[in-house]
Structure formats: structure tokens, C-alpha cells
Write a protein that binds this ligand. Structure first.
Ligand code: DOR
Ligand code: ZN
Length: 343
């Protein structure tokens, strides 16, 4: 049987929530990854070091005892974040970045930043203390077409931020467009990007053609085929600026299959399988290890992992839902076949 063995990977962009959802999803990620950057968009958001440390404990409690998994915590930037909190975060071995959500851009972003220029003193402090800024790169202007919101953010904000804070390490999270890929490629070595499995595997027809598929709806929304091809090219290029970040974002099935469904694709159940499929289709399986296991760790200045994981080329069917006691999360590719399986 064909197998693929790579250094144990990390997920550089992950939502795990709290409570019963956390209990359901954490074993999936811990099976696949050694570490993950944990997103802070809870209700209420994780804005302080103290909150992040207690959330970290809750996450560790949800990791099955036989698995070794390290959550890498982040703080949610708001208009009220202080330079003091930034210093505190830098002093904590468990906090690795700040996340910038433009207010209203996505799930639980209401407390996000309404005026990016107003947080310039915070960005200056982050640059000075050398802690990365993770950006949800979409404008929130309602007049802006949803398919153009990332491109507009690159033009309106990213160019300025990287010019005004040339030493700031920035991850443009979940890039979805040719323009964002180009921006990251052209920027300095301190600017990187994560890429999700759904943006590598699907174009927007997967959401809208032949019926509306709410489980393919995430933000930034999946774009047209030319953008997908640019993302595949970037991910499989061996350029260390592009690394794995699933943006696995569990929501209850009832809130996805809804007249106003939530944004987010749940992919943690089969993250490596999904990426393997995308890399294999591009005839670039040899580039998966760098993307999944090396470049993110290098960017965050953390040691690369030492163990390995092995995938087998074998067909299996993704279950329709995950969860117990009435909780239901519909995974990406529910009821569909995948061609790789983690051993
Ligand atoms: O689709 C998304 N879901 N995009 C985000 O930025 C947030 C995420 C979530 O938290 O559900
Ligand atoms: Zn996210």
C-alpha cells in the first residue's frame, strides 16, 4: 500500500470553541497535530493573558490522555487592548500572537477593531516586542461585494500596515485570492500566510452550483477557480511564506443548515487527508511536509516537531456527523470518500 510519512505537523489556525464542542473536536486535532494556534474569538473573546491561560487549561483537559498536544494561545485585539497587556503576552511562554478581526467581518468579531489606524500604537508595541499579528483580511464595508472583500483589505490596509511597521511579523490568515498570494510573495520575509484545505480543494461552485451547500460556506468565502489554482500553486511551491492553517471552525449542524447559516467549515476530523488530496492532485506530495510541518514552526520561531505521522492511500467514507448526546457537527466531505487516511 502506498504510504506517506512526514514529520508531525502543526495547525497554525484553529477554532476549538469551549464546552461540549471542544470535547468533540479536540481529539480530532490532537490525533493529527502536535500543536495548534488557537483562535480567540469566543463569546466573550479572549482578550487577556489571564483568560488565555484559563482557556488553555480547558483545552488541555479535552485532550485524550494518550495524546501529546500543545495549544499555542492568541489574544483578540480590541480598541481597548493596552500596551501593558501586549507586554504581558510577550512575557508568557503560552501566548504566541494577537489576532486582528475587523469588527463585524466574521463569526464573533463584534468586539473586533473598527478603526485600524486607532490601534497603530498597539501595532507599534507588537513590532517593538516582536510578537506576530494574525490578520483576518477582509474589509467590512457592506457596499463591498463579498467576493472582493479580501482584495480590498489588501489594498486598503495590508499595504499600509506592512509599510508603517516594516519589522512587524504578520500572518495573513486563510488567504483566498490571487491578490493576497501576490501580496505575501512580494512582501518581506516577516509576512506569511496560512491556507485552508477548503480553499485548496473547492471553488465557489461548491457552495452555489446545483444547490446551496452551507457546509462549504466560510469566511473569507471560497472564490472562483483561478484563485483556487493560485492558492494550490502557492501552497505547493515550497515557498516557506505559505503554511498549513485549517481554520477548522466547528458549528452545530442546526446553525449551519439554517436560513442564516454560520460561516465556518469543520475540517479537523480529516485535515491531513484533505491537504494530502489537494497536494496529490497537484502532483506535489513531496512539498506537503514543508507546508505542514516546517514553515509555520520556523515563522513562529518554535522548534520543528520530532515525531512522524503516516498516511495510507486507502478509501474511507467520512461520517455524516460527529458528536454525542444530541450534539451534531457536520464535517467537511460528510458522507463522501477520501483517498488518504491517517494511520
Ligand atoms: O468561516 C469562518 N469561521 N471564518 C472565520 O473567520 C471565523 C470562523 C469561525 O469562528 O467560525
Ligand atoms: Zn479562523
Amino acid at each position: 500500500m502506498k504510504t506517506l510519512t512526514i514529520t508531525k505537523p502543526d495547525d497554525w489556525h484553529l477554532h476549538v470553541r469551549t464546552g461540549a464542542i471542544l470535547q468533540t473536536v479536540m481529539p480530532h486535532t490532537a490525533r493529527q497535530f502536535a500543536r495548534a494556534i488557537i483562535m480567540p474569538n469566543l463569546k466573550p473573546p479572549v482578550t487577556s493573558v489571564a483568560q488565555a491561560l484559563s482557556y488553555r487549561e480547558e483545552i488541555l483537559q479535552a485532550v485524550p490522555g494518550d495524546l501529546d498536544f500543545t495549544p499555542l494561545m492568541t489574544l483578540y485585539l480590541t480598541g481597548s487592548t493596552t500596551v501593558e497587556e501586549i507586554k504581558k503576552a510577550v512575557g508568557s511562554e503560552h501566548i504566541h500572537a494577537f489576532k486582528l478581526y475587523p469588527a463585524g467581518a466574521t463569526t464573533n468579531s463584534d468586539s473586533g477593531v473598527a478603526d485600524i489606524k486607532a490601534i497603530y500604537p498597539l501595532l507599534a508595541a507588537m513590532e517593538r516586542h516582536d510578537i506576530p499579528l494574525l490578520v483576518h483580511g477582509e474589509v467590512t464595508d457592506e457596499a463591498c461585494d463579498i467576493f472582493d472583500r479580501e482584495r480590498a483589505f489588501v489594498d486598503t490596509y495590508l499595504t499600509d500596515i506592512t509599510r508603517d511597521f516594516p519589522g512587524l511579523r504578520v500572518v495573513v490568515e486563510h488567504v483566498t485570492t490571487i491578490e493576497a498570494v501576490q501580496f505575501v510573495q512580494d512582501a518581506g520575509a516577516n509576512i506569511a500566510a496560512t491556507i485552508t484545505p477548503q480553499h485548496l480543494l473547492f471553488n465557489r461552485n461548491a457552495i452555489l452550483a446545483g444547490g446551496i451547500r452551507p457546509h462549504h460556506y466560510c469566511l473569507p468565502i471560497i472564490k472562483r477557480e483561478s484563485h483556487r489554482l493560485a492558492l494550490v500553486k502557492a501552497a505547493t511551491s515550497g515557498n516557506p511564506k505559505f503554511f498549513l492553517g485549517t481554520d477548522s471552525a466547528p458549528h452545530l449542524t442546526s446553525l449551519k443548515e439554517n436560513a442564516c447559516g454560520c460561516a465556518g467549515c469543520y475540517s479537523a476530523h480529516a485535515a491531513l487527508e484533505l491537504y494530502s488530496e489537494a497536494f496529490e492532485r497537484a502532483d506535489a506530495l513531496d512539498k506537503l511536509e514543508g507546508f505542514a510541518s516546517f514553515y509555520g514552526a520556523d515563522f513562529y520561531r518554535l522548534p520543528r516537531n520530532t515525531g512522524t505521522v503516516t498516511l495510507e492511500k486507502t478509501t474511507w467514507t467520512v461520517p455524516p456527523v460527529y458528536g454525542e448526546n444530541g450534539l451534531s457537527i457536520t464535517p467537511l466531505k460528510a458522507n463522501e470518500e477520501l483517498c488518504w487516511q491517517l494511520k
